[in-house]
Design a protein around this ligand. Structure first.
Ligand code: GLU
Length: 500
């Protein structure tokens, strides 16, 4: 097999949707499986939709996930430039070739004229039925065409879809796909501004960059017959096509859109995106406390199945087992609970120090300044109790400061005034005890005084952490240091008394 070359070809029109990340991931996995090349190509020919910062966002996202391209803008490669706006001059000759071979033609209709057509007939299509009634080099006399070409620097060029043929191709995921040419319109391939459209630039670049497999979202399936025709007209072999299933809303109804994040209360973008427009600001999975390797695992299974019940895969394992044959055709429902489950699994198995680095910024943002080693110990104690990394901070505030409030419900159930002395004695004992003696001291005291664990341990736990939820109390006291636990118990006793 010739060496695999695949590309992820996003348009920099805003933050990269999680569906785009999945497309990038599948391309990456496929490339790595076959020792191939993964290319990033920025499809920025539509200047009206260009959003500054989007390309940097895309690259930062890929970097966060650890699925970096082998070739691309900022990454180099021998098939560059990798931004289509920098390849403008390359496309011209292919447009000319299509015109010269009679497969494309100049179209002089203005945007307003086309708009008027659409208004009078909402089903209007620029195609073999209408093209001769419109203003183009097929309908106008040659001298008029020459005059118009002379007058205008830039003229749009349209693809001439042949009449009465079927265009078919084999899609690795969908099998044999066939379109009747009657369904297709004469797509613009070169715009009035001299820029190629997506369709032309995409196939020219796939050809010149020696792309062997096109793996992209289902929404591009309907453009593929146009692409196949252009390959044919230019005398090129098309790459193999794979159109990935849509990612559906959690309800299973309709495509997951960028607004669904806000609607359903979870992110649909890898990283946060700040825009001048409030409604376009999005929180990212990274900022929401997800680990990239958990999301990789989750996204890999969102439309692909390993063919058995296995669920946990590292990216290295995915590179080995991934195959386009096991991609499902039907839409894949975006199940945030499943994403949280993966995240929890990866957090539990994460190295404590690595987790500490992942939440370090958030910890500082929360106003807590502790050493990375201390934070790593907090992570070690808390990681089995969270679904998102930053819950380690939110649910473990007592590791950084005394409780600001207490679980009063439990206190009311557990507290008896006769425990006061015991709690104060315990606090005194803890004030001087070394860490390794905490357990023996507490248990010894309880035994010596004929108490049960359930009598004062819950109150001590609440005194130290404010809540009944938390990791092992002895370990917690050891980490915050017994002297601080001692102070917290004294402070809490006053609160308990007031509540009684
Ligand atoms: N520029 C297209 C996009 O934004 C690429 C589609 C393709 O991969 O051909 O998704």
């Amino acid at each position: 097999m010739e060496s695999v070359r695949v590309r992820f070809a996003p348009s920099p029109t805003g933050a990269l949707h999680i569906g785009g990340v999945r497309t990038a991931l599948y391309n990456y996995l496929f490339a790595k499986k076959y020792n191939g090349t993964f290319i990033l190509r920025i499809e920025d020919t539509d200047q009206t939709r260009y959003v500054p910062g989007a390309e940097a966002y895309i690259i930062e996202s890929l970097r966060w996930f650890g699925i970096l391209p082998d070739e691309g803008p900022e990454f180099g490669g021998q098939y560059g430039p990798y931004r289509q706006s920098e390849r403008k001059d390359i496309y011209r000759q292919y447009v000319q070739q299509l015109i010269d071979s009679g497969n494309a033609y100049y179209a002089f209709d203005t945007a307003d004229e086309l708009e008027t057509m659409r208004e009078s007939d909402p089903t209007f299509k620029y195609d073999s039925h209408t093209r001769l009634k419109l203003k183009n080099s097929l309908s106008l006399p040659p001298d008029k065409v020459a005059e118009l070409l002379e007058k205008n620097d830039h003229v749009a060029v349209r693809l001439k879809i042949p009449e009465g043929i079927n265009i078919s191709f084999d899609d690795i995921i969908r099998g044999h796909v066939s379109f009747s040419s009657a369904e297709l319109d004469d797509k613009v391939i070169l715009k009035g501004d001299g820029m190629p459209t997506y369709h032309l630039a995409n196939i020219v670049d796939d050809h010149l960059m020696k792309i062997t497999h096109v793996i992209r979202g289902e929404e591009w399936l309907s453009s593929t017959p146009h692409h196949v025709l252009m390959y044919r007209f230019l005398g090129w072999d098309p790459p193999a096509f794979s159109h990935l299933p849509l990612i559906l809303k959690p309800t299973g109804q309709g495509k997951l859109s960028k607004r669904d994040g806000a609607k359903f209360g979870f992110p649909v973008f890898p990283l946060s995106w700040d825009s001048d427009h409030e409604e376009d600001n999005f929180t990212g999975f990274r900022e929401d406390g997800f680990l990239p390797e958990a999301l990789i695992n989750f996204l890999a299974l969102l439309g692909w199945s390993p063919g058995n019940d296995e669920e946990i895969f590292t990216i290295k394992q995915l590179c080995e087992v991934f195959s386009l044959d096991n991609i499902v055709k039907s839409g894949a429902r975006f199940d945030i609970d499943k994403a949280l489950w993966f995240n929890q699994q990866y957090i539990i198995h994460s190295d404590d120090l690595k987790l500490a680095y992942a939440i370090q910024d958030k910890t500082i943002e929360a106003g807590y300044h502790v050493s990375i080693e201390y934070l790593a110990e907090v992570c070690g104690l808390m990681k089995e109790r969270v679904h998102k990394t930053h819950e380690i901070i939110a649910n473990g505030r007592f590791f950084f400061e005394p409780p600001r409030s207490y679980d009063d419900e439990t206190i009311k159930k557990k507290y008896k005034p006769e425990y006061n002395d015991h709690l104060v004695n315990m606090a005194k004992a803890l004030a001087t005890v070394p860490s390794e003696k905490i357990e023996i001291t507490i248990k010894g005291y309880i035994q010596d005084h004929g108490l049960k664990m359930g009598d004062i341990m819950p109150l001590m736990r609440i005194a130290v952490s404010g809540t009944m939820q938390g990791p092992d109390l002895v370990k917690t006291i050891a980490l915050i240091q017994p002297i601080h636990a001692s102070e917290r118990i004294i402070a809490a006793v006053t609160h308990f008394e007031k509540l009684d």
